[in-house]
Design a protein. Structure first.
Ligand code: ZN
Length: 388
């Protein structure tokens, strides 16, 4: 099938101007100034891009696809993520993870969910393990999981500096990182270690030690929840300034931020003002993790759920409220993530790349149409949605 998106402003993430983008089957065939389609040519799907912007499909590399939570007993367990909510949110590539609970939720169910999303037409992957070290793997060890199971591209979220962490020593932690690295090298994957950071005093201490005491490059690690509080954000900025990568979580309780918590958009602004290179920053939603709800006095009144839709909402806020240029802001959910996770044909609008695309309204920046692997899987104006 051939699709031509006509007269659209393309952000590759770099601004390319008004272009025609041609999609053949699952890939971008080319980007042209003006494609003329002969009247007697084979049938072509034409999309009018006037008044619209074109972005690469978004990548969310931290979603609790089979639910999370449970830390306030079973009643606080959260539900699974649906294909519909991912695609409506512009997410064409998702990476699933487990959380605290690796007893009642496990890798088998997570892998099944990843396969379900792939069958529906998304790009989907997962990390092996959970908060815990030793990592509970599906094969004999971390290296084998990464090398032998296509869907597994790294490990995590490994919890550090948190009362819910398994309190690994630095030696235990670094051994796990090295296993992920070797597994990644041998299979052409990133073997990324996704690291959950809690509110503990040690903050990014183990990550600084990786830099000081080992030969492992910091591109092996992606610490998340860095915008959790001011001290952690400050430590995260320091870490990024010595070459580390940092991830901001976009799900926050809009009515009541936790004390010291930063919206991801505000954290992005602060990091850029502190001279952190944009390439060092990513956003993830923490989708379907649990989100405590508070009343106006700050008393916890229940458990909410982190939403995958927050991923792009925070990027939109970065553009509209924080005045960060579009081509800079969208990198945190497209090209930066693809490069770090070694998702080679993702994250950019370029010839031969996967035709994962998001069309947004130029004025409101609202999502109107989402293509994944060349197929329109969500169109705001159509009733024919979600069909692969
Ligand atoms: Zn986490």
């Amino acid at each position: 099938m051939i699709t031509v998106i006509k007269n659209i402003e393309v952000y590759s993430p770099k601004y390319l101007g008004v272009k025609d983008v041609v999609i053949v089957d699952e890939r971008i065939e080319g980007i042209y100034d003006n494609v003329r389609i002969p009247l007697d040519f084979i049938s072509i799907n034409k999309v009018n891009g006037e008044g619209k912007l074109l972005f690469p499909g978004f990548i969310d590399s931290h979603v609790h696809l089979i639910g999370g939570g449970g830390e306030g007993s079973f009643i606080t367990r959260t539900r699974e993520t649906t294909f519909e909510e991912l695609i409506q949110s512009g997410i064409t590539t998702v990476v699933g993870c487990l959380g605290t609970d690796n007893v009642c939720r496990d890798m088998r169910s997570l892998l099944a969910k990843v396969n379900l999303l792939k069958e529906k037409g998304l790009n989907a992957y997962c990390y092996t393990g959970s908060y815990e070290i030793p990592v509970k793997t599906i094969t004999n060890n971390i290296k084998e999981d990464i090398m032998l199971i296509d869907n597994i591209i790294g490990i995590g979220e490994i919890a550090l500096s948190d009362h819910r962490s398994s309190q690994p020593t630095f030696e235990e932690f670094i051994r796990v990182v090295s296993q992920a690295r070797i597994g990644g090298l041998l299979s052409g994957k990133s073997g990324i270690v996704n690291i959950h950071l809690g509110e503990g005093k040690k903050k990014l201490n183990y990550l600084f030690r990786v830099k000081e005491e080992t030969e492992i490059p910091l591109s092996q690690l992606l610490p998340t929840h860095i915008n959790r509080n001011a001290e952690l954000l400050e430590d995260g900025i320091k870490y990024a300034l010595i070459g580390g990568y940092i991830d901001f979580t976009t799900s926050s309780n809009i009515e009541h931020l936790e004390p010291g918590e930063f919206f991801a958009s505000k954290a992005l602004k602060k990091a850029l003002e502190s001279d952190v290179p944009i390439e060092k920053i990513t956003f993830t939603s923490d989708g379907n993790g649990s989100l405590p709800k508070y009343d106006e006095k700050g008393v916890e009144v229940g458990i909410g759920i982190c939403k995958v839709s927050s991923l792009y909402e925070e990027v939109k806020k970065s553009i509209i409220e924080e005045k960060i240029p579009i081509e800079v802001a969208i990198k945190v959910i497209t090209s930066n993530v693809a490069k770090l996770l070694k998702l080679k044909d993702k994250g950019e609008i370029k010839e031969k790349k996967s035709a994962d695309l998001v069309i947004v309204d130029k004025k409101t920046l609202d999502i109107v149409n989402v293509f994944c692997k060349g197929k329109s899987l969500f169109n705001k104006e159509s009733k024919e949605n979600y069909k692969n």
